[in-house]
Each structure stands twice: as C-alpha cells, then as structure tokens.
Write a protein that binds this ligand. Structure first.
Ligand SMILES: Cc1cc2nc3c(=O)[nH]c(=O)nc-3n(C[C@H](O)[C@H](O)[C@H](O)COP(=O)(O)OP(=O)(O)OC[C@H]3O[C@@H](n4cnc5c(N)ncnc54)[C@H](O)[C@@H]3O)c2cc1C
Length: 285
C-alpha cells in the first residue's frame, strides 16, 4: 500500500513526554526513543502495528504536510486517561543521486528535533499486526534489523508479560552495523534482559563484519551457526516467522535460508508455503 492511500482523516494530538537518544554518543547513528501521550483514551494497538506521523510541509512546493509511518515499540503506561506509546526513530539523511548533495530526511529529523512538551499530529494505528498464535506451544522466530527491533520489543513484552506461560521457543535474531546500534540490547540499555531468565527465550546478535564500511550485516554467520535449530523450527508447522526492518533484509535472508534448507528453489517453495499459511509475516520499509 502506498503512503498516499492510508486513511489520514482521523487525527489525534500527541504530546512528547520524553525524547532520549538510545544510541551512544560515540555512534554515528542517532536513534531516539520518543514517548508520546496520545490525546485519545481508547487508542488501541497490537504489536507490529504502526502510527502515522504528519509533519508540516511547504505549500510553496505543493505539499502542505508529509506523512510517514513508525512502528509502535511500547505501550507500557498511561498518563491520566491517555495512553503513552513509544516510537523509535532513526535520524535519516541521504545523498541525492543527481546532485550528490546531502539532504536531511523530513519526518525523522522533525521527530528527532521535537522536545518534551511539544505536540504533533498522529493517525492510525495501521498495519497487519504480528499476530500472537493462539497455541502457547507455537515457536516464534523473530528477525529484525536496525529500527526493526521496535515492534519486537513490544511483541516479546506482550508474550511474556500479558499472554504469559509461553511454552514454544522464542528466538530473536537482531542485526546492526555495530554493537552500539543494537538498540535496547547494548551495554547502556538492554530491555531484553527482562526475558533472559525465561527458559523459552534466546536472543542473538548479528553484526557487520567491517563496522566502518557499508557492508551488509553478517546474517549468514549468525543464522548458519544455529542452522540445525532453525531447520527444526521451520519443519515444525507450529513455527511462525516475523521479519522487520529495511527492505534489503529480504534478499539477505533469502540467500541464507536457501543455504540452510539446501537450495534457492526449496527455499522459495518453503517460504511461499509459510506465507500462504500465515506463518511468515514481514514489516519492511
Ligand atoms: C510500516 C513502516 C514502519 C516503519 N517504522 C519505522 C520505525 O519504527 N523507525 C524508523 O526510524 N523508521 C520507520 N519507518 C520508516 C519511516 O516511515 C521513514 O521512511 C523514515 O523515517 C525516513 O523518513 P524521512 O521523512 O525522514 O526521510 P525522507 O525525507 O522520506 O527521505 C528518505 C530517504 O532516506 C532513505 N532512508 C529512509 N529510511 C532510512 C533508514 N532507516 N536508514 C537509511 N536510509 C533511509 C530513503 O531511501 C530515501 O532516500 C517505517 C516505515 C514503514 C513503512
């Protein structure tokens, strides 16, 4: 679905409760966690859904406003009657192919520059939720890169804190360029330690082999190392796979899974079966 096709008619104010950088200062990548109080008491959401953010445009350039999506990373608390949600935003800049000039991404910079108490306009929530299987013996293979960890933070919390008594395996594979960008799973802040005591939970990190280069994340090494368990999980009809992050992860994973199951054809067939059976869900951007 294209951004212009989203229904943006119902808008709510959201006030920034706090904005904190969650990548260390020494990292080149700035990611911030924003806590937003939504002025709508019954704002409901499921893990894996996103909110829309509307940012002011420039009518002189034909756009009154810009619209972007951000995954909800947490809905832990309430302020008075209103829910407080968390979003995780990476400050984006890009080099224009034609001019070679660097531009700041519109919405991510707007969000990263907001300060406590400021108000913005949001819509949603949207999107296919990462559904929690009814069977608590179901296995969950969660694969995320960069800000793709945001929906999994909410999902894992939901599994262990709200659903409870989860008996299936939960395996979280998390890729980043360097250890500093392992959001919510670095030495300053590791929210996933909450679940390390759970017998069913394990988390694995994948890094780029050369952190200062634009090399892809070494998914092959990280996943191949656990290929035996992954094959076992994929063979089990009670396994659900969820993938979140930037688009290139799809091709990277296709290569590794082809190797894990034996050939590209086998993998394409297996993946198609899982998609058709609702056992493979992607949230890519
Ligand atoms: C369903 C969904 C959920 C999303 N969830 C999140 C989220 O939780 N956190 C988050 O930060 N973003 C998320 N995004 C991406 C977000 O909507 C914006 O696309 C992103 O913030 C860039 O918007 P911008 O206005 O700042 O950049 P724009 O002004 O639109 O410029 C975009 C340019 O930056 C490049 N670019 C876009 N994103 C990145 C990136 N992350 N790293 C490097 N280059 C990039 C694009 O290729 C393009 O060249 C999500 C997108 C979708 C569709």
């Amino acid at each position: 679905m294209r951004l212009e096709d989203y229904d943006k008619r119902q808008r709510f104010d959201a006030t920034v409760v706090s904005s904190n950088r969650i990548t260390p200062e020494e990292s080149d990548i700035e990611v911030r966690e924003l806590l937003l109080e939504v002025a709508r008491p019954n704002f409901g959401y499921e893990p894996g859904q996103s909110i829309g953010v509307l940012t002011p445009g420039d009518a002189a350039f034909g756009t009154d406003e810009h619209f972007r999506l951000y995954s909800v990373a947490d809905t832990s608390s309430r302020a008075a009657d209103n829910p407080v949600i968390a979003i995780t935003v990476r400050r984006v800049s890009y080099i224009d192919d034609y001019s070679g000039e660097r531009y700041d991404g519109i919405a991510s910079n707007y969000l990263c520059d907001l300060r406590d108490g400021e108000t913005l306009s949001i819509t949603g929530p949207y999107g296919i939720a990462f559904e929690v299987p009814e069977d608590r013996d179901a296995n969950l293979l969660l694969i995320g890169s960069g800000t793709g960890i945001a929906p999994f933070r909410a999902y894992v919390k939901h599994i262990y804190q709200n659903v409870g008594d989860w008996r299936g395996k939960v395996r979280l594979f998390y890729g980043a360029q360097t250890g500093l960008e392992h959001l919510y799973m670095n030495e300053h802040r590791d929210d996933f330690t909450l679940y390390y005591d759970e017998d069913t939970f394990e988390a694995f990190k994948a890094l780029s082999p050369r952190p200062n280069w634009a090399d892809p994340i070494a998914w092959d090494y990280c996943l191949m190392e656990r290929s035996e368990e992954i094959v076992e999980m994929l063979d089990d009809p009670k396994t659900y796979v969820f993938v979140a992050g930037l688009e290139p992860i799809r091709d990277e994973l296709d290569k590794v899974f082809a190797e894990i199951v034996g050939s590209a054809e086998k993998w394409q067939r297996r993946r198609a079966e899982m998609v058709a059976g609702g056992r493979w869900t992607e949230l890519l951007y």
